[in-house]
Design a protein around this ligand. Structure first.
Ligand SMILES: C[S@@+](CC[C@H](N)C(=O)[O-])C[C@H]1O[C@@H](n2cnc3c(N)ncnc32)[C@H](O)[C@@H]1O
Length: 191
């Protein structure tokens, strides 16, 4: 057989194995992720929300379902924040671990974010799925500290009013990005 046929078979076989691994890893966690597939946020959208939400070095950013960890790496690089990502999809988790090798202060946890305590987070990022947004809103409201910022790509948090809605640039990246803030408790109310 000519060499080019071997090369074609190897490339097509590799692609097939990758596709199967993707489908399998998505199917495996579907009962928990409820439709939030392993799809990455584009760099244009990440840059847009990072410009709108300035962060301080001492702050903690959490990505609920971090995929390959790109949001965490970008935030670390841009603002020097500490960053934690939760991921259950084995393929996404491995990609994130590999991609974040050598990036300090970025931690990837193979864990469902539903079991995580988010009380120390200053900024929470998520790009999930409508079915989980209602329970997620309840969790965020009960756990996050006053002043914490939530960034939700594409999907609203029911019963919460966004502080800002971004629609980054061109039609490819134009889906809304909702920015919420947990209300500060007014000093006089505390008294
Ligand atoms: C649309 S992707 C977003 C990836 C990344 N945040 C980004 O914006 O590039 C959603 C990810 O959330 C993960 N996920 C969904 N529910 C999860 C859960 N309960 N715990 C951990 N990860 C979860 C999925 O496996 C998937 O990789």
């Amino acid at each position: 057989m000519p060499n080019w046929i071997w090369i074609f078979i190897i490339l097509a076989g590799g692609l097939f194995v990758l596709k199967m691994a993707y489908a399998l890893s998505v199917a495996l966690v579907l009962p928990v992720t409820k439709g939030a597939l392993y799809v990455s946020t584009s760099n244009v959208r990440i840059a847009a929300f990072m410009e709108a939400v300035p962060m301080k070095t001492a702050q903690l950013l959490v990505d609920l379902g971090c995929g390959d960890g790109r949001v965490l790496r970008k935030a670390r690089k841009t603002y020097g924040v500490r960053a934690i990502g939760f991921e259950l999809n084995p393929l996404a988790y491995l990609s994130a671990r590999v991609a974040c090798l050598g990036t300090s202060s970025v931690e990837i946890r193979f864990q469902s974010f539903w079991k995580a305590d988010l009380s120390k987070a200053d900024i929470v990022f998520c790009y999930l799925f409508p079915d989980v947004m209602k329970p997620l809103a309840n969790k965020l409201r009960s756990e996050l500290k006053p002043g914490a910022v939530i960034v939700s790509c594409n999907f609203v948090l029911p019963d919460m009013v966004p502080e800002r809605v971004l629609r980054p640039g061109n039609s490819l990246h134009n889906d809304p990005i909702y920015i919420y803030r947990i209300r500060e408790v007014k000093a006089e109310l505390k008294r």
